[in-house]
Design a protein around this ligand. Structure first.
Ligand code: ADP
Ligand code: MG
Length: 619
């Protein structure tokens, strides 16, 4: 038999390697920025078109390359950064594999221009799919420009796999932030489709953090400094009362390289112990400097994990340094995260509602008015934190008119034992005393069915009700908005503002009115009817966190995500006591939904237990 093993041609090998190095435009951004930094650039410009799908270009004023090096830089395993295996243990550069340019050139059109300071003329190389198209002498400034066009032009599957521009741009922005934060001594500019997203000079670390995360950040930074033999720490943690629902402000840099480390993250969390409310995450921007010999970064080209020789010691030092800073800056151990909505509201919301004509216009869409103060009081007592919107049970009427049209298959038969024709469950005050439902552990609503028993998860059920309601309003694009007496100004990072901006149209369909939405901040002049002003920032934060944590697939629908997120924010929580009227309304509204069986996140909203099953248990 003849031999069948062959060496792969270079361009094929490169294309395979590219799959490892380049997953999306953001990977190209990372590699090119790191190369510029390794070349000792002092100014780096990042130019993006169409979220990197059309163009990723990085221009630096670094060392540049000689003619030979320029050509060699596209060969696989061609690197100027290490020469021998020992060098791997002394790495002071970002790159060392010599794979990035070769990989990128295998799957895109690349134009390189480079010149060293001593030379009068530089070199320009065009290479497409590993094939050198031209190499010329070029008049170009000292430094290097690499333009990557038509990424994945020869791998349609990869190209199709790319997400929406919004998502890809977010990945790029994340990479850019990481690199820019790690190198405050370098000036950066970042342009997307011609508009400038960032433009930061060489500055100190505090200035850099503030530049990236917004002016408001300044007041929340607590410096952390520690210098020990094995570890030097410098940077900031956020004051606990500025903690966020998202993990978007958590940055570790080890020797100026962004890393993720659940273990070290835990050290910080434990330093914050007792200072954070459940579900909130501390912000931190910390630079750790260790002996390069004591870490192993040679795990995977794109991974942000790193191996430390002595993790336990680092953990202990980090934890105590952060604790010390929090203590030194007098951050009180007990923080009041709970505040009455009224304290924040410049007017009495209840009074406001009475005179809001919008409610008359569309009574059906009034999910969260607050006229059942009784249950609101219970709420704060029982759950320990406010949930004003949940206090209203008008929300539970939502969709009731359409009850006749919807016939959820399993439940067209549902009747309550005590239902009688001439009793309106919505107006009859005698309902209060009638017991067809009861609440179990302030979490479940239990009701009797002809055939047995029904147990409803109150939080999931309410999410379903609100979700369908919001979705309807978003899709039929009719907003019932209540105007705020005083515009509400909120501060978000540019990235977060971008997320809100992308969802602006849908948010407006739910009733939000924005008078300003730009890099300087967000000003809201109207909110959906029934949404208390004090909930607005929570809703938006939750929304941002949901968008960030959701890696939207191709079926991604902003409207759906928004409706889900708002329903999650506003649905009554477990632990809230409901009176029997409220319980019944919940049950009725749930079964008026199109899909009463599951919550918006596809979890069961209720279970049933047939009498037969109960009987069996007694046998
Ligand atoms: P690595 O960075 O791992 O060495 P790359 O493929 O990213 O591998 O780059 C190959 C080589 O090309 C680098 O080692 C460096 O010598 C040179 N190079 C790449 N980008 C630049 C740049 N912006 N300025 C100067 N030299 C560069
Ligand atoms: Mg590199």
């Amino acid at each position: 038999m003849s031999d069948i093993i062959q060496l792969l041609p270079d361009h094929v090998a490169n294309q395979i390697a590219a799959g490892e190095v380049v997953q999306r435009p953001a990977s190209v951004v990372k590699e090119l920025l790191e190369n510029a930094i390794d070349a000792n650039a002092t100014e780096i410009k990042l130019i993006i078109k169409d979220a990197g799908k059309t163009l990723v270009q990085v221009i630096d004023d670094g060392s540049g390359m000689s003619v030979t090096d320029a050509r060699l830089s596209f060969e696989r395993h061609a690197t100027s950064k290490i020469r021998a295996a020992e060098d791997l243990f002394q790495l002071n550069t970002k790159g060392f594999r010599g794979e990035a340019l070769a990989s990128i050139a295998a799957i895109a059109h690349v134009e390189l221009k480079t010149k060293q300071d001593d030379d009068d003329l530089g070199t320009a190389i065009v290479i497409e799919g590993s094939e050198v198209k031209s190499q010329e002498v070029s008049v170009t400034p000292t430094g290097t420009s690499v333009a990557v066009k038509h990424l994945f032009f020869n791998i349609p599957a990869r190209r199709n796999f790319l997400k929406s521009d919004t998502v890809e741009l977010r990945h790029i922005t994340d990479e850019f932030h990481r690199v820019a934060l790690a190198h405050p001594n370098i000036a950066f500019a970042f342009y997307h489709n011609g508009s400038d997203l960032f433009n930061v000079p060489k500055e100190n670390y505090r200035q850099r953090v503030v530049h990236i995360f917004g002016t408001k950040t300044n007041e929340k930074l607590v410096p952390v400094e520690e210098d020990t033999e094995v570890l030097k720490i410098s940077g900031f943690v956020g004051k606990p009362n500025f903690s966020k629902k998202t993990k978007s402000e958590q940055f570790f840099f080890v020797n100026q390289r962004f890393i993720k480390s659940p273990y070290l993250n835990h050290a910080i969390k434990s330093a914050f112990e007792g200072l954070l409310k459940d579900g909130y995450h501390p912000s931190y921007f910390l630079n750790l400097t260790v002996d390069p010999k004591s870490i192993d970064i040679n795990i995977h080209p794109t991974k942000t994990e790193i191996k430390f020789d002595d993790e336990h010691t680092l953990y202990a030092i980090l934890r105590s340094a952060v604790k010390h800073s929090l203590g030194q800056f007098n951050i009180a151990p007990v923080l009041d995260f709970e505040h009455q909505s009224n304290l924040n509201t410049p007017y009495n919301y209840k009074d406001k509602r009475a005179s809001t004509p919008a409610i008359e216009v569309d009574r059906n869409f009034n999910p969260f008015s607050s006229d059942s103060s009784g249950s609101q009081q219970k709420t704060s007592r029982n759950t320990g934190f406010k949930s004003a919107p949940a206090a209203s049970w008008e929300s539970l009427y939502v969709g009731l008119e359409s009850k006749g049209n919807t016939s959820p298959s399993d439940f067209s038969e549902v009747t309550f034992e005590s239902d009688s024709k001439n009793e309106s469950i919505f107006t009859d005050s005698s309902i209060e005393t009638r017991k067809t439902t009861f609440q179990l552990q302030q979490k479940y609503i239990v009701s009797t069915l002809k055939s047995g028993m029904l147990i409803i998860d109150q939080n999931r059920a309410h999410q379903r009700i609100l979700y369908e309601n919001f979705l309807r309003h978003i899709t039929i694009k009719e907003a019932t908005s209540q105007q705020l007496l005083f515009p509400l100004q909120l501060h978000f990072t540019p990235n977060e503002t971008k997320i809100i901006d992308d969802l602006k149209a849908d948010l407006e369909h739910t009733g939000f009115v924005f008078s300003e939405l730009n890099g300087k901040g967000i000003t809201i002049t109207g909110v959906p009817v029934g949404v208390p002003e004090s909930e607005v920032s929570i809703i938006l934060e939750q929304l941002i966190s949901d968008v960030e944590n959701d890696v939207p697939d191709t079926h991604f629908s902003a409207a759906d995500l928004l409706a889900k997120s708002m329903a999650k924010s506003l649905a009554i929580k477990n632990g809230q006591a409901l009176n029997s009227t409220e319980q019944e309304h919940m049950v009725n509204s749930l079964f008026a939904c199109k899909e009463p069986n599951v919550s918006p996140t596809n979890r069961p909203t209720f279970i049933t237990m047939a009498v037969d099953d109960i009987e069996k248990k007694f046998m």
